[in-house]
Design a protein around this ligand. Structure first.
Ligand code: M6R
Length: 609
Protein backbone atom coordinates (compact mmCIF):
# COMPACT_ATOMS: atom_id res chain seq x y z
CA UNK A 1 0.00 0.00 0.00
CA UNK A 2 2.33 2.70 -1.35
CA UNK A 3 6.06 2.30 -1.67
CA UNK A 4 8.62 4.80 -0.47
CA UNK A 5 12.32 5.13 -1.26
CA UNK A 6 15.15 7.39 -0.15
CA UNK A 7 18.73 7.74 -1.35
CA UNK A 8 21.78 9.61 -0.11
CA UNK A 9 25.14 8.98 -1.77
CA UNK A 10 27.24 9.94 -4.74
CA UNK A 11 25.09 8.81 -7.64
CA UNK A 12 22.38 10.67 -9.50
CA UNK A 13 19.50 10.37 -7.03
CA UNK A 14 16.85 10.66 -9.74
CA UNK A 15 18.05 7.45 -11.37
CA UNK A 16 18.56 5.48 -8.16
CA UNK A 17 15.16 6.52 -6.83
CA UNK A 18 13.38 5.69 -10.04
CA UNK A 19 14.98 2.24 -10.20
CA UNK A 20 13.94 1.67 -6.57
CA UNK A 21 10.38 2.73 -7.29
CA UNK A 22 10.21 0.34 -10.24
CA UNK A 23 10.88 -2.49 -7.82
CA UNK A 24 8.22 -1.24 -5.43
CA UNK A 25 5.57 -0.57 -8.04
CA UNK A 26 3.68 -3.67 -6.90
CA UNK A 27 2.80 -1.71 -3.74
CA UNK A 28 0.76 0.88 -5.62
CA UNK A 29 0.66 2.38 -9.06
CA UNK A 30 -1.98 5.07 -9.38
CA UNK A 31 0.46 7.98 -9.14
CA UNK A 32 4.10 8.55 -8.33
CA UNK A 33 6.61 11.25 -7.54
CA UNK A 34 10.05 12.10 -6.32
CA UNK A 35 12.04 14.98 -4.90
CA UNK A 36 15.75 15.51 -5.55
CA UNK A 37 17.71 17.92 -3.36
CA UNK A 38 20.55 19.91 -4.93
CA UNK A 39 23.69 20.58 -2.87
CA UNK A 40 22.54 24.21 -2.45
CA UNK A 41 19.16 23.10 -1.10
CA UNK A 42 16.92 23.47 -4.10
CA UNK A 43 14.08 20.92 -3.96
CA UNK A 44 13.06 19.64 -7.40
CA UNK A 45 9.75 17.82 -7.18
CA UNK A 46 8.04 15.83 -9.90
CA UNK A 47 4.60 14.20 -9.53
CA UNK A 48 2.61 12.31 -12.11
CA UNK A 49 -0.72 10.52 -12.32
CA UNK A 50 -0.50 6.93 -13.49
CA UNK A 51 2.14 4.28 -13.11
CA UNK A 52 5.89 4.55 -13.44
CA UNK A 53 5.81 4.45 -17.24
CA UNK A 54 4.16 7.87 -17.04
CA UNK A 55 6.82 8.99 -14.61
CA UNK A 56 9.65 7.71 -16.80
CA UNK A 57 8.53 9.98 -19.65
CA UNK A 58 8.29 13.00 -17.36
CA UNK A 59 11.72 12.31 -15.89
CA UNK A 60 13.34 12.60 -19.33
CA UNK A 61 13.01 16.36 -19.03
CA UNK A 62 13.59 16.48 -15.27
CA UNK A 63 17.09 17.84 -15.23
CA UNK A 64 18.56 17.29 -11.77
CA UNK A 65 21.90 15.94 -10.70
CA UNK A 66 21.46 16.01 -6.92
CA UNK A 67 22.59 12.95 -5.00
CA UNK A 68 19.96 13.09 -2.26
CA UNK A 69 16.25 12.43 -2.65
CA UNK A 70 13.03 10.63 -1.79
CA UNK A 71 10.37 8.96 -3.93
CA UNK A 72 6.91 7.41 -3.75
CA UNK A 73 4.55 5.18 -5.68
CA UNK A 74 0.96 5.50 -4.49
CA UNK A 75 -2.13 3.41 -3.83
CA UNK A 76 -4.73 6.03 -2.99
CA UNK A 77 -6.44 6.04 0.40
CA UNK A 78 -7.16 9.70 1.18
CA UNK A 79 -7.88 11.66 -1.99
CA UNK A 80 -8.31 10.39 -5.54
CA UNK A 81 -5.30 9.56 -7.72
CA UNK A 82 -4.35 13.04 -8.98
CA UNK A 83 -1.24 15.13 -9.36
CA UNK A 84 -2.18 17.21 -6.29
CA UNK A 85 -2.57 14.09 -4.14
CA UNK A 86 0.58 12.39 -5.43
CA UNK A 87 3.60 12.43 -3.11
CA UNK A 88 6.00 14.04 -2.23
CA UNK A 89 3.97 16.62 -0.33
CA UNK A 90 5.34 19.96 0.62
CA UNK A 91 4.67 22.63 3.23
CA UNK A 92 3.34 26.15 2.56
CA UNK A 93 6.77 27.51 1.65
CA UNK A 94 7.91 24.55 -0.44
CA UNK A 95 10.90 24.04 1.87
CA UNK A 96 10.02 20.50 2.93
CA UNK A 97 9.16 17.40 0.94
CA UNK A 98 7.79 14.24 2.48
CA UNK A 99 6.74 10.77 1.28
CA UNK A 100 4.51 8.55 3.38
CA UNK A 101 3.10 5.04 3.46
CA UNK A 102 0.35 4.46 6.00
CA UNK A 103 -2.57 6.41 7.37
CA UNK A 104 -2.53 9.38 9.73
CA UNK A 105 -5.75 8.70 11.55
CA UNK A 106 -6.10 12.06 13.32
CA UNK A 107 -5.33 14.11 10.22
CA UNK A 108 -8.74 15.83 10.17
CA UNK A 109 -8.15 17.30 13.60
CA UNK A 110 -4.51 18.16 12.84
CA UNK A 111 -5.46 19.78 9.55
CA UNK A 112 -8.10 21.94 11.25
CA UNK A 113 -5.56 23.09 13.85
CA UNK A 114 -2.95 23.85 11.21
CA UNK A 115 -5.43 25.76 9.06
CA UNK A 116 -6.39 27.82 12.06
CA UNK A 117 -2.74 28.75 12.40
CA UNK A 118 -2.70 29.89 8.79
CA UNK A 119 -1.43 26.84 6.90
CA UNK A 120 -2.81 26.41 3.41
CA UNK A 121 -3.25 22.87 2.10
CA UNK A 122 -2.90 21.87 -1.51
CA UNK A 123 -4.00 18.21 -1.39
CA UNK A 124 -6.71 16.04 0.13
CA UNK A 125 -4.21 13.64 1.64
CA UNK A 126 -3.64 12.80 5.28
CA UNK A 127 0.11 13.00 4.64
CA UNK A 128 0.25 16.71 3.99
CA UNK A 129 -0.37 17.53 7.67
CA UNK A 130 3.07 16.11 8.43
CA UNK A 131 4.78 18.49 6.00
CA UNK A 132 3.09 21.43 7.76
CA UNK A 133 3.90 20.09 11.23
CA UNK A 134 7.56 19.72 10.27
CA UNK A 135 7.48 23.27 8.92
CA UNK A 136 6.37 24.48 12.36
CA UNK A 137 8.85 22.33 14.27
CA UNK A 138 11.95 22.82 12.14
CA UNK A 139 14.89 24.78 13.45
CA UNK A 140 18.07 23.43 11.86
CA UNK A 141 17.64 19.82 13.02
CA UNK A 142 15.45 17.79 10.62
CA UNK A 143 15.49 14.64 12.79
CA UNK A 144 14.27 16.61 15.80
CA UNK A 145 11.57 18.31 13.72
CA UNK A 146 10.33 14.92 12.51
CA UNK A 147 10.33 13.46 16.02
CA UNK A 148 8.36 16.42 17.41
CA UNK A 149 5.88 16.24 14.56
CA UNK A 150 5.33 12.53 14.97
CA UNK A 151 4.43 13.06 18.62
CA UNK A 152 1.17 14.54 17.35
CA UNK A 153 0.42 11.78 14.90
CA UNK A 154 -1.88 8.79 15.45
CA UNK A 155 -1.88 5.96 12.96
CA UNK A 156 0.66 4.15 10.85
CA UNK A 157 3.55 5.56 8.92
CA UNK A 158 6.77 4.98 7.09
CA UNK A 159 7.95 8.45 6.17
CA UNK A 160 11.01 10.05 4.66
CA UNK A 161 11.56 13.77 4.52
CA UNK A 162 14.04 16.35 3.25
CA UNK A 163 14.41 20.08 3.95
CA UNK A 164 16.00 22.76 1.82
CA UNK A 165 18.07 24.05 4.75
CA UNK A 166 19.48 20.57 5.48
CA UNK A 167 20.33 19.59 1.89
CA UNK A 168 22.60 16.69 2.82
CA UNK A 169 20.15 15.00 5.20
CA UNK A 170 17.19 12.63 5.04
CA UNK A 171 15.12 11.97 8.14
CA UNK A 172 12.80 8.98 8.19
CA UNK A 173 10.67 7.02 10.64
CA UNK A 174 8.27 4.16 10.89
CA UNK A 175 5.36 2.87 12.94
CA UNK A 176 3.46 -0.19 11.67
CA UNK A 177 4.28 0.44 8.00
CA UNK A 178 7.58 -1.15 6.99
CA UNK A 179 10.85 0.68 6.39
CA UNK A 180 14.21 -0.84 5.64
CA UNK A 181 17.57 0.90 5.72
CA UNK A 182 20.22 -0.30 3.27
CA UNK A 183 23.98 0.26 3.63
CA UNK A 184 26.02 0.63 0.44
CA UNK A 185 29.57 1.82 -0.06
CA UNK A 186 29.34 5.49 0.97
CA UNK A 187 25.64 5.50 0.18
CA UNK A 188 22.45 4.79 2.10
CA UNK A 189 19.04 3.62 0.97
CA UNK A 190 15.59 3.66 2.47
CA UNK A 191 12.74 1.61 1.13
CA UNK A 192 9.46 -0.05 1.99
CA UNK A 193 11.06 -3.37 1.11
CA UNK A 194 14.47 -4.79 0.30
CA UNK A 195 14.10 -5.44 -3.47
CA UNK A 196 14.13 -1.66 -4.06
CA UNK A 197 17.86 -1.51 -3.45
CA UNK A 198 18.87 -5.13 -3.98
CA UNK A 199 21.17 -4.30 -6.94
CA UNK A 200 23.22 -2.06 -4.63
CA UNK A 201 23.33 -3.81 -1.28
CA UNK A 202 22.11 -6.75 0.75
CA UNK A 203 23.16 -5.23 4.09
CA UNK A 204 20.05 -3.98 5.79
CA UNK A 205 18.46 -2.91 9.03
CA UNK A 206 14.76 -3.67 9.40
CA UNK A 207 13.72 -0.58 11.34
CA UNK A 208 11.48 -1.14 14.36
CA UNK A 209 8.31 0.58 15.54
CA UNK A 210 8.88 4.27 16.34
CA UNK A 211 12.47 4.25 15.08
CA UNK A 212 13.65 7.56 13.64
CA UNK A 213 16.68 7.47 11.37
CA UNK A 214 18.72 10.45 10.25
CA UNK A 215 21.11 9.95 7.34
CA UNK A 216 23.81 12.34 6.18
CA UNK A 217 27.15 11.96 4.40
CA UNK A 218 28.84 10.85 7.64
CA UNK A 219 26.47 7.91 8.18
CA UNK A 220 23.21 7.30 9.92
CA UNK A 221 21.88 7.37 13.46
CA UNK A 222 18.78 5.67 14.78
CA UNK A 223 16.83 6.93 17.77
CA UNK A 224 13.46 6.37 19.37
CA UNK A 225 10.79 9.06 19.29
CA UNK A 226 12.33 10.73 22.37
CA UNK A 227 15.70 11.06 20.67
CA UNK A 228 17.44 8.31 22.66
CA UNK A 229 19.88 6.35 20.53
CA UNK A 230 18.85 2.76 19.70
CA UNK A 231 20.99 -0.03 18.25
CA UNK A 232 19.70 -2.20 15.44
CA UNK A 233 21.35 -5.26 14.00
CA UNK A 234 22.62 -5.06 10.41
CA UNK A 235 21.61 -8.27 8.64
CA UNK A 236 22.57 -9.65 5.25
CA UNK A 237 19.56 -10.77 3.20
CA UNK A 238 20.04 -13.69 0.86
CA UNK A 239 17.46 -12.79 -1.79
CA UNK A 240 19.05 -12.91 -5.23
CA UNK A 241 18.75 -10.05 -7.65
CA UNK A 242 17.27 -12.39 -10.25
CA UNK A 243 14.41 -13.15 -7.93
CA UNK A 244 13.34 -9.51 -8.01
CA UNK A 245 13.53 -9.18 -11.81
CA UNK A 246 11.49 -10.57 -14.67
CA UNK A 247 14.37 -12.61 -16.06
CA UNK A 248 13.03 -12.91 -19.61
CA UNK A 249 9.41 -13.55 -18.65
CA UNK A 250 6.71 -11.19 -19.94
CA UNK A 251 5.31 -10.60 -16.47
CA UNK A 252 6.30 -11.18 -12.87
CA UNK A 253 3.19 -13.29 -12.37
CA UNK A 254 4.21 -15.70 -15.11
CA UNK A 255 7.74 -15.91 -13.77
CA UNK A 256 6.43 -16.56 -10.28
CA UNK A 257 4.09 -19.29 -11.53
CA UNK A 258 7.10 -21.01 -13.09
CA UNK A 259 9.21 -20.56 -9.96
CA UNK A 260 6.86 -22.73 -7.91
CA UNK A 261 8.68 -26.07 -8.08
CA UNK A 262 11.85 -24.39 -6.89
CA UNK A 263 10.06 -22.32 -4.24
CA UNK A 264 8.34 -25.43 -2.86
CA UNK A 265 11.65 -27.32 -2.83
CA UNK A 266 13.20 -24.39 -0.97
CA UNK A 267 10.42 -24.34 1.63
CA UNK A 268 10.87 -28.08 2.15
CA UNK A 269 14.66 -27.85 2.43
CA UNK A 270 16.05 -28.94 5.82
CA UNK A 271 12.57 -29.64 7.15
CA UNK A 272 13.26 -33.34 7.81
CA UNK A 273 16.03 -34.88 9.90
CA UNK A 274 17.97 -37.97 8.88
CA UNK A 275 15.19 -40.16 10.25
CA UNK A 276 12.73 -38.25 8.08
CA UNK A 277 11.13 -36.65 11.12
CA UNK A 278 9.64 -33.27 10.36
CA UNK A 279 11.30 -30.24 11.97
CA UNK A 280 9.48 -26.97 12.59
CA UNK A 281 12.29 -25.19 14.37
CA UNK A 282 10.62 -22.05 15.57
CA UNK A 283 7.64 -23.76 17.10
CA UNK A 284 9.65 -25.54 19.78
CA UNK A 285 6.56 -27.20 21.17
CA UNK A 286 6.89 -30.12 23.57
CA UNK A 287 4.78 -33.24 23.29
CA UNK A 288 2.92 -32.17 26.46
CA UNK A 289 2.18 -28.73 25.05
CA UNK A 290 1.02 -30.25 21.77
CA UNK A 291 -1.28 -32.60 23.68
CA UNK A 292 -2.71 -29.72 25.67
CA UNK A 293 -3.72 -27.83 22.54
CA UNK A 294 -7.48 -27.67 22.24
CA UNK A 295 -7.88 -25.93 18.91
CA UNK A 296 -6.18 -24.26 15.98
CA UNK A 297 -7.42 -20.91 14.75
CA UNK A 298 -6.14 -19.74 11.38
CA UNK A 299 -6.29 -16.01 10.61
CA UNK A 300 -5.55 -14.59 7.16
CA UNK A 301 -6.85 -12.60 4.17
CA UNK A 302 -7.29 -13.30 0.44
CA UNK A 303 -5.13 -16.04 -0.99
CA UNK A 304 -3.51 -16.61 2.40
CA UNK A 305 -6.99 -17.29 3.77
CA UNK A 306 -7.44 -19.97 1.11
CA UNK A 307 -4.18 -21.59 2.27
CA UNK A 308 -5.71 -21.51 5.75
CA UNK A 309 -8.91 -23.17 4.52
CA UNK A 310 -6.78 -25.93 3.11
CA UNK A 311 -4.88 -26.08 6.39
CA UNK A 312 -8.16 -26.99 8.11
CA UNK A 313 -8.36 -30.26 6.16
CA UNK A 314 -4.72 -31.03 6.93
CA UNK A 315 -4.79 -30.18 10.66
CA UNK A 316 -7.99 -32.10 11.19
CA UNK A 317 -6.68 -35.13 9.37
CA UNK A 318 -3.16 -35.39 10.77
CA UNK A 319 -3.22 -33.46 14.04
CA UNK A 320 -6.80 -34.42 14.95
CA UNK A 321 -7.55 -30.93 16.21
CA UNK A 322 -10.63 -28.79 15.66
CA UNK A 323 -9.81 -25.89 13.37
CA UNK A 324 -11.43 -22.57 12.70
CA UNK A 325 -10.36 -20.50 9.74
CA UNK A 326 -11.06 -16.82 10.07
CA UNK A 327 -10.99 -13.94 7.62
CA UNK A 328 -8.82 -11.51 9.57
CA UNK A 329 -11.07 -8.48 9.07
CA UNK A 330 -13.95 -10.42 10.67
CA UNK A 331 -11.82 -11.97 13.41
CA UNK A 332 -10.70 -8.73 14.97
CA UNK A 333 -14.05 -7.07 15.66
CA UNK A 334 -15.89 -9.71 17.66
CA UNK A 335 -16.18 -10.92 21.16
CA UNK A 336 -13.41 -13.43 20.53
CA UNK A 337 -13.34 -16.64 22.48
CA UNK A 338 -9.64 -17.39 22.11
CA UNK A 339 -7.64 -18.78 25.02
CA UNK A 340 -4.17 -20.01 25.92
CA UNK A 341 -5.26 -23.51 24.83
CA UNK A 342 -5.46 -22.31 21.22
CA UNK A 343 -2.69 -22.18 18.66
CA UNK A 344 -3.29 -19.26 16.32
CA UNK A 345 -1.73 -19.59 12.88
CA UNK A 346 -1.51 -16.27 11.02
CA UNK A 347 -0.75 -16.60 7.32
CA UNK A 348 0.54 -13.71 5.25
CA UNK A 349 2.84 -13.29 2.27
CA UNK A 350 3.80 -9.75 3.21
CA UNK A 351 3.75 -10.07 6.98
CA UNK A 352 2.22 -6.59 6.97
CA UNK A 353 -1.49 -7.00 6.22
CA UNK A 354 -3.20 -4.69 8.71
CA UNK A 355 -6.15 -6.94 9.54
CA UNK A 356 -4.03 -10.05 10.04
CA UNK A 357 -1.58 -8.11 12.18
CA UNK A 358 -4.45 -6.81 14.32
CA UNK A 359 -5.70 -10.41 14.66
CA UNK A 360 -2.27 -11.49 15.89
CA UNK A 361 -2.23 -8.75 18.51
CA UNK A 362 -5.71 -9.60 19.73
CA UNK A 363 -4.96 -13.33 19.90
CA UNK A 364 -1.79 -12.73 21.89
CA UNK A 365 -3.59 -10.32 24.21
CA UNK A 366 -6.01 -13.15 24.95
CA UNK A 367 -3.13 -15.48 25.78
CA UNK A 368 -2.92 -17.63 22.65
CA UNK A 369 0.40 -18.70 21.17
CA UNK A 370 0.71 -17.26 17.65
CA UNK A 371 2.78 -18.73 14.85
CA UNK A 372 3.13 -16.62 11.70
CA UNK A 373 3.55 -18.20 8.29
CA UNK A 374 5.23 -15.40 6.40
CA UNK A 375 7.26 -14.80 3.24
CA UNK A 376 8.89 -11.42 3.85
CA UNK A 377 11.88 -11.77 6.13
CA UNK A 378 11.89 -9.32 9.05
CA UNK A 379 8.32 -8.15 8.39
CA UNK A 380 6.15 -6.88 11.22
CA UNK A 381 4.36 -10.19 11.84
CA UNK A 382 7.67 -11.94 12.37
CA UNK A 383 8.32 -9.51 15.22
CA UNK A 384 4.95 -9.78 16.83
CA UNK A 385 4.46 -13.56 16.80
CA UNK A 386 5.71 -16.28 19.11
CA UNK A 387 6.89 -18.50 16.27
CA UNK A 388 7.65 -18.01 12.57
CA UNK A 389 7.53 -20.41 9.66
CA UNK A 390 9.01 -18.84 6.53
CA UNK A 391 7.65 -19.76 3.13
CA UNK A 392 11.03 -19.15 1.40
CA UNK A 393 9.34 -18.27 -1.88
CA UNK A 394 11.63 -15.29 -2.54
CA UNK A 395 10.22 -11.90 -3.48
CA UNK A 396 6.77 -12.05 -5.03
CA UNK A 397 6.18 -8.93 -7.10
CA UNK A 398 3.05 -9.78 -9.12
CA UNK A 399 -0.02 -8.58 -7.22
CA UNK A 400 -1.67 -11.98 -7.65
CA UNK A 401 -0.22 -14.42 -5.13
CA UNK A 402 1.05 -17.60 -6.78
CA UNK A 403 4.28 -19.10 -5.47
CA UNK A 404 3.55 -17.82 -1.99
CA UNK A 405 0.27 -19.76 -2.04
CA UNK A 406 1.88 -23.08 -2.88
CA UNK A 407 4.61 -22.52 -0.32
CA UNK A 408 1.99 -21.59 2.28
CA UNK A 409 0.32 -24.92 1.54
CA UNK A 410 3.67 -26.62 2.15
CA UNK A 411 3.91 -24.86 5.52
CA UNK A 412 0.39 -26.05 6.41
CA UNK A 413 1.45 -29.58 5.51
CA UNK A 414 4.65 -29.37 7.57
CA UNK A 415 2.94 -27.88 10.61
CA UNK A 416 0.08 -30.37 10.59
CA UNK A 417 2.49 -33.30 10.19
CA UNK A 418 4.65 -31.91 12.99
CA UNK A 419 1.69 -31.61 15.36
CA UNK A 420 0.41 -34.98 14.21
CA UNK A 421 3.73 -36.64 15.08
CA UNK A 422 3.88 -34.94 18.49
CA UNK A 423 0.32 -35.87 19.27
CA UNK A 424 0.59 -39.36 17.80
CA UNK A 425 -2.42 -38.74 15.61
CA UNK A 426 -0.97 -39.46 12.19
CA UNK A 427 -0.26 -43.09 11.37
CA UNK A 428 3.32 -44.10 10.50
CA UNK A 429 2.20 -45.40 7.14
CA UNK A 430 0.43 -42.21 6.15
CA UNK A 431 3.20 -40.02 7.52
CA UNK A 432 5.91 -41.77 5.51
CA UNK A 433 3.80 -41.90 2.39
CA UNK A 434 3.37 -38.11 2.56
CA UNK A 435 7.04 -37.46 3.30
CA UNK A 436 8.09 -39.62 0.34
CA UNK A 437 5.61 -37.93 -1.95
CA UNK A 438 6.78 -34.46 -0.89
CA UNK A 439 10.22 -35.36 -2.24
CA UNK A 440 8.85 -35.77 -5.74
CA UNK A 441 6.19 -33.08 -5.69
CA UNK A 442 8.41 -30.33 -7.21
CA UNK A 443 9.01 -32.61 -10.22
CA UNK A 444 5.29 -33.20 -10.58
CA UNK A 445 4.68 -29.45 -10.40
CA UNK A 446 7.17 -29.01 -13.25
CA UNK A 447 5.21 -31.50 -15.28
CA UNK A 448 1.99 -29.54 -14.75
CA UNK A 449 3.78 -26.37 -15.85
CA UNK A 450 4.72 -28.19 -19.05
CA UNK A 451 1.10 -28.24 -20.22
CA UNK A 452 0.64 -24.48 -20.54
CA UNK A 453 -0.23 -24.99 -24.24
CA UNK A 454 -3.34 -26.95 -23.22
CA UNK A 455 -4.31 -24.25 -20.74
CA UNK A 456 -3.89 -21.65 -23.46
CA UNK A 457 -6.37 -23.54 -25.69
CA UNK A 458 -8.93 -23.51 -22.88
CA UNK A 459 -8.32 -19.82 -22.28
CA UNK A 460 -8.89 -19.14 -25.98
CA UNK A 461 -12.19 -20.97 -25.79
CA UNK A 462 -13.55 -19.22 -22.72
CA UNK A 463 -11.88 -15.83 -22.34
CA UNK A 464 -14.88 -13.87 -23.61
CA UNK A 465 -17.25 -15.33 -21.00
CA UNK A 466 -18.63 -12.97 -18.36
CA UNK A 467 -19.03 -15.46 -15.53
CA UNK A 468 -17.21 -18.56 -14.30
CA UNK A 469 -18.02 -21.02 -11.55
CA UNK A 470 -15.21 -22.99 -9.85
CA UNK A 471 -16.23 -26.14 -7.99
CA UNK A 472 -14.34 -28.47 -5.71
CA UNK A 473 -14.86 -30.76 -2.74
CA UNK A 474 -12.55 -31.61 0.15
CA UNK A 475 -9.12 -30.11 -0.50
CA UNK A 476 -10.40 -29.17 -3.94
CA UNK A 477 -12.80 -26.64 -2.41
CA UNK A 478 -10.17 -24.09 -1.22
CA UNK A 479 -8.51 -24.52 -4.62
CA UNK A 480 -11.78 -23.68 -6.35
CA UNK A 481 -11.97 -20.53 -4.18
CA UNK A 482 -8.40 -19.64 -5.10
CA UNK A 483 -8.99 -20.28 -8.81
CA UNK A 484 -11.97 -17.92 -8.76
CA UNK A 485 -10.02 -15.24 -6.89
CA UNK A 486 -7.13 -15.44 -9.37
CA UNK A 487 -9.46 -15.08 -12.33
CA UNK A 488 -11.43 -12.15 -10.95
CA UNK A 489 -8.50 -10.15 -9.65
CA UNK A 490 -6.46 -10.16 -12.85
CA UNK A 491 -9.05 -10.55 -15.64
CA UNK A 492 -11.99 -8.71 -13.99
CA UNK A 493 -14.32 -11.59 -14.90
CA UNK A 494 -16.98 -12.41 -12.35
CA UNK A 495 -16.09 -15.79 -10.84
CA UNK A 496 -17.28 -17.73 -7.82
CA UNK A 497 -15.57 -20.55 -5.99
CA UNK A 498 -18.00 -22.97 -4.38
CA UNK A 499 -18.05 -26.29 -2.57
CA UNK A 500 -19.46 -28.50 -5.33
CA UNK A 501 -22.05 -30.13 -3.07
CA UNK A 502 -23.46 -26.73 -2.15
CA UNK A 503 -24.06 -25.72 -5.77
CA UNK A 504 -27.56 -27.13 -5.85
CA UNK A 505 -28.54 -24.88 -2.93
CA UNK A 506 -28.37 -21.75 -5.07
CA UNK A 507 -25.58 -21.16 -7.57
CA UNK A 508 -26.90 -23.81 -9.94
CA UNK A 509 -29.49 -21.21 -10.94
CA UNK A 510 -26.69 -19.22 -12.58
CA UNK A 511 -25.75 -21.97 -14.99
CA UNK A 512 -26.35 -21.95 -18.72
CA UNK A 513 -24.31 -22.54 -21.86
CA UNK A 514 -22.41 -19.26 -21.35
CA UNK A 515 -21.11 -20.03 -17.86
CA UNK A 516 -18.10 -22.33 -17.90
CA UNK A 517 -17.64 -24.46 -14.81
CA UNK A 518 -14.13 -25.34 -13.73
CA UNK A 519 -14.32 -28.57 -11.71
CA UNK A 520 -11.46 -29.88 -9.55
CA UNK A 521 -12.04 -33.60 -9.96
CA UNK A 522 -8.88 -35.48 -9.07
CA UNK A 523 -8.84 -39.17 -8.06
CA UNK A 524 -9.51 -38.84 -4.35
CA UNK A 525 -12.04 -39.87 -1.75
CA UNK A 526 -14.68 -37.43 -3.04
CA UNK A 527 -14.14 -38.18 -6.73
CA UNK A 528 -17.47 -39.98 -7.19
CA UNK A 529 -19.33 -37.14 -5.53
CA UNK A 530 -17.59 -34.67 -7.82
CA UNK A 531 -18.61 -36.67 -10.87
CA UNK A 532 -22.24 -36.45 -9.70
CA UNK A 533 -21.87 -32.68 -9.41
CA UNK A 534 -20.35 -32.47 -12.89
CA UNK A 535 -23.35 -34.40 -14.23
CA UNK A 536 -25.65 -31.88 -12.57
CA UNK A 537 -23.76 -29.07 -14.28
CA UNK A 538 -23.90 -30.82 -17.66
CA UNK A 539 -27.64 -31.30 -17.31
CA UNK A 540 -27.97 -27.50 -17.16
CA UNK A 541 -26.01 -27.08 -20.39
CA UNK A 542 -22.92 -25.44 -18.90
CA UNK A 543 -19.52 -26.39 -20.36
CA UNK A 544 -17.20 -28.16 -17.92
CA UNK A 545 -13.44 -27.79 -17.78
CA UNK A 546 -12.12 -30.45 -15.41
CA UNK A 547 -8.79 -30.60 -13.63
CA UNK A 548 -8.27 -34.34 -13.36
CA UNK A 549 -5.74 -37.05 -12.56
CA UNK A 550 -3.77 -38.53 -15.42
CA UNK A 551 -5.17 -41.87 -16.45
CA UNK A 552 -8.78 -41.01 -15.65
CA UNK A 553 -10.54 -42.43 -18.69
CA UNK A 554 -14.04 -41.59 -17.48
CA UNK A 555 -13.79 -37.86 -17.05
CA UNK A 556 -12.97 -37.17 -20.71
CA UNK A 557 -16.31 -38.67 -21.60
CA UNK A 558 -18.36 -36.20 -19.59
CA UNK A 559 -16.32 -32.98 -19.68
CA UNK A 560 -15.75 -30.55 -22.53
CA UNK A 561 -12.10 -30.00 -21.64
CA UNK A 562 -9.67 -31.65 -19.27
CA UNK A 563 -6.37 -30.41 -17.86
CA UNK A 564 -4.31 -33.20 -16.37
CA UNK A 565 -2.19 -33.45 -13.25
CA UNK A 566 0.04 -36.40 -12.28
CA UNK A 567 -1.34 -38.70 -9.62
CA UNK A 568 -0.33 -37.91 -6.06
CA UNK A 569 -1.54 -38.29 -2.49
CA UNK A 570 -5.04 -36.91 -2.02
CA UNK A 571 -3.88 -34.20 0.39
CA UNK A 572 -1.13 -32.99 -1.96
CA UNK A 573 -3.25 -32.53 -5.10
CA UNK A 574 -3.75 -28.80 -4.36
CA UNK A 575 -0.06 -28.21 -5.06
CA UNK A 576 -0.67 -29.44 -8.61
CA UNK A 577 -4.24 -28.43 -9.43
CA UNK A 578 -3.82 -24.79 -8.47
CA UNK A 579 -1.07 -24.36 -11.07
CA UNK A 580 -3.56 -24.93 -13.89
CA UNK A 581 -5.92 -22.39 -12.35
CA UNK A 582 -3.17 -19.79 -12.01
CA UNK A 583 -2.19 -20.38 -15.64
CA UNK A 584 -5.81 -20.22 -16.75
CA UNK A 585 -6.34 -16.88 -15.00
CA UNK A 586 -3.08 -15.58 -16.46
CA UNK A 587 -3.87 -16.66 -20.03
CA UNK A 588 -7.45 -15.36 -19.90
CA UNK A 589 -6.28 -12.01 -18.50
CA UNK A 590 -3.61 -11.66 -21.20
CA UNK A 591 -6.14 -12.45 -23.94
CA UNK A 592 -8.40 -9.75 -22.52
CA UNK A 593 -5.51 -7.27 -22.59
CA UNK A 594 -5.24 -6.88 -18.81
CA UNK A 595 -2.16 -5.83 -16.91
CA UNK A 596 -1.66 -8.96 -14.83
CA UNK A 597 1.08 -7.61 -12.59
CA UNK A 598 -0.83 -4.46 -11.75
CA UNK A 599 -4.56 -5.18 -11.76
CA UNK A 600 -6.81 -2.19 -11.31
CA UNK A 601 -7.72 -0.99 -7.81
CA UNK A 602 -5.40 -3.47 -6.09
CA UNK A 603 -2.10 -3.31 -4.27
CA UNK A 604 0.14 -6.16 -3.27
CA UNK A 605 0.18 -5.32 0.40
CA UNK A 606 -2.81 -4.02 2.28
CA UNK A 607 -1.54 -2.10 5.27
CA UNK A 608 -4.84 -0.35 5.89
CA UNK A 609 -8.01 -1.89 7.31
O1 M6R B 1 0.31 -10.36 2.29
P1 M6R B 1 -0.90 -11.19 2.63
O2 M6R B 1 -0.73 -12.62 2.27
O3 M6R B 1 -1.35 -10.99 4.04
O4 M6R B 1 -2.04 -10.61 1.68
C1 M6R B 1 -3.34 -11.09 1.76
C2 M6R B 1 -4.15 -10.71 0.55
O5 M6R B 1 -4.17 -9.31 0.39
C3 M6R B 1 -3.57 -11.33 -0.74
O6 M6R B 1 -3.49 -12.71 -0.64
C4 M6R B 1 -4.45 -10.96 -1.95
O7 M6R B 1 -5.69 -11.58 -1.84
C5 M6R B 1 -3.75 -11.34 -3.25
N1 M6R B 1 -3.85 -10.26 -4.19
C6 M6R B 1 -4.33 -12.52 -3.91
O8 M6R B 1 -3.72 -12.82 -5.11
Amino acid sequence: MCGIVGYLGKRNAKEVLFEGLRRLEYRGYDSAGLCVVSPSGELSVVRVVGNLDAMEKTLESFDTHGTVGIGHTRWATHGAPSKENAHPHTDCKGEIAIVHNGIIENFVQLKAELEERGHVFSSETDTEVLAHLIEENYSEDLGEALRKSLERVEGSFAVATVHKDSPGTIAAARRDSPLVLGFGDGEWFLASSVPAFLPSTRKVVFLEHNDVVVIDSTGCSITDLDGAEVRREVVEVDWSLDSAEKGGYKDFMLKEIYEQPQAVAETLRDKFDNKKEVIVEDLRMTREEALELRRIVVVACGTSYHAGLLGKYLFERWAALPVEVEIASEFRYRNLVVTSDDLVVAISQSGETADTLAGIREARRLGACVVAVVNVVGSQMTRESDGIIYTHAGPEIGVAATKTFTTQIVCMILLSLYLGRLRGTVTDAEYHAIVDELEVIPKKMEKVLGSSGEVSKCAEKYYKCDDFLFLGRGVGYPIAMEGALKLKEISYIHAEGYPAGEMKHGPIALLDADVPVVAIATMDSVYDKMINNIEEVKARGAPVLAIASEGDGEIVKICNDVLWVPETNEMLYPLLTVIHLQQLAYQVAKKRGCNVDQPRNLAKTVTVE
